[in-house]
Design a protein around this ligand. Structure first.
Ligand SMILES: *Cc1c(COP(=O)(O)O)cnc(C)c1O
Length: 378
């Protein structure tokens, strides 16, 4: 028979000594957000909940810097936002261009294939960003109705510049889809100013909210694409026209909103509002710089040159002769710190260290630097 008392292996210990989450997500959650989640359950059509939905939409417009009417949290993690961003705009044979330079770009490719796009894939080496010319040239060779790209590639630590890209995409009759999962509220991404048509993120990275919702915004140009569809969206759950009947005026039931997650998102967004977007970006820059200086002092090398490096996620070359797994195990066991290893092409070569949202604090990065120093005998 199972002894319930003795098999309770995690929660008491984690409550006494919460993990310091410095990986690529989930990042740490502020106690205010955690406690918001414990508010009593209410119906998803309760007037209080409807009011919370309205306020959440306003705050989401603030963080996306957009006037887009359709700005909502999709139920599901960041990948649900990614899937909604493709599913609603792709029909059988829709010409789609995905630009990929990492693991999450490749996920966009995988999804676009499943929705049976007429798919072109533009690749550049992991650790590099695309130039506008490279994308423009590819679109000249083969125009696309949907162009998708990742702003902050969490697998490599590269920032993709987006200035001017929307014009190129629009001029040849397409819409621009941007993954802002590891940038939203950590790095400036002014959706309207950049002309982005569809942008999605996740709650668990720079927003500092548990994984479970995907902030999502759609331009009028992209809504028009949905209006002109000849076939139904292949995913029922992610069909924006019926989701938006709940978030819009009709308030008609589609699926039960994850109520507690929406409490959490609302509180997380309120905290962004209180801090101010500009201050929040500046905090991420300041802490990243402090971290990079500390890395240099102990002889660790960032994988990405500073000009293209994300401030929210730093990739560090694993020094030769160092046992990747052993160091990460020690960090977790001795210092209670989580960082991540490389994935895909960069497995075993880099560490991925996130300083996002509530995790982006001096005491966290200083502790990690001290731990590295000790474990690596620097
Ligand atoms: C984390 C991440 C995703 C996926 O988000 P999940 O919450 O894991 O589903 C997508 N894109 C990027 C760039 C990410 O970092």
């Amino acid at each position: 028979m199972i002894n319930i008392v003795n098999t309770d292996i995690t929660y008491p210990e984690l409550n006494r000594n919460p993990r310091i989450l410095l990986g690529p997500g989930p990042s740490m959650v502020h106690p205010r957000v955690t406690s918001a989640m414990t508010a009593p359950m209410i119906g998803h059509l309760d007037p209080c909940f409807l009011q919370l939905m309205d306020k959440t939409q306003e705050l989401l417009r603030y963080v996306f810097q957009t006037k887009n009417r359709v700005t909502i949290p999709i139920s599901g993690t960041g990948s649900a936002g990614m899937e909604a961003s493709l599913a609603n705009f792709i029909e059988d044979g829709t010409p789609v261009l995905v630009c990929t330079n990492g693991f999450f770009g490749n996920r966009l490719v995988e999804m676009a294939e499943r929705y049976r796009a007429d798919l072109s894939v533009l690749r550049c080496p992991w650790g590099k960003a695309f130039t506008l010319d490279e994308i423009a040239e590819e679109l000249k060779r083969k125009p696309a109705k949907v162009v998708a790209i990742v702003h902050a590639e969490t697998s490599t630590g590269v920032l993709q510049p987006l200035e001017g890209l929307a014009d190129i995409v629009h001029d040849q009759g397409g819409i621009l889809v941007v993954d802002a999962v590891t940038s939203l509220t950590g790095i400036n991404i002014p959706v309207d100013e950049l002309g982005i048509d569809v942008c999605y993120s996740g709650t668990q990275k720079c927003l500092g909210v548990p994984p479970g919702l995907a902030p999502f915004t759609v331009s009028e140009r992209a809504i028009e694409v949905i209006r002109n569809r000849k076939t139904k969206v292949s995913s029922w759950y992610l069909d924006l026209s019926i989701i938006n009947a709940y978030w819009g005026k009709d308030r008609s039931y589609h699926h039960t909103a994850p109520v507690s997650m929406n409490y959490a998102l609302y509180e997380g967004l309120r905290m962004v509002w209180e801090e101010g977007l500009e201050n929040r970006w500046a905090r991420h820059v300041e802490n990243a710089r402090l971290f990079w200086d500390g890395l240099e002092e102990i002889g660790l090398k960032p994988f990405i040159p500073e000009a293209q490096r994300l401030t929210t996620l730093t990739t560090v070359k694993i020094p030769s002769g160092v046992n990747d797994l052993e160091i990460r195990n020690q960090l977790l066991k001795v210092y209670n710190i989580e960082i991540a290893g490389g994935i895909g092409d960069l497995k075993g070569e880099i560490w991925r260290i996130g300083l996002m949202g509530y995790s982006s604090r001096k005491e966290n990065l200083l502790l990690l630097l001290a731990a590295f120093k000790k474990l690596l005998n620097r």
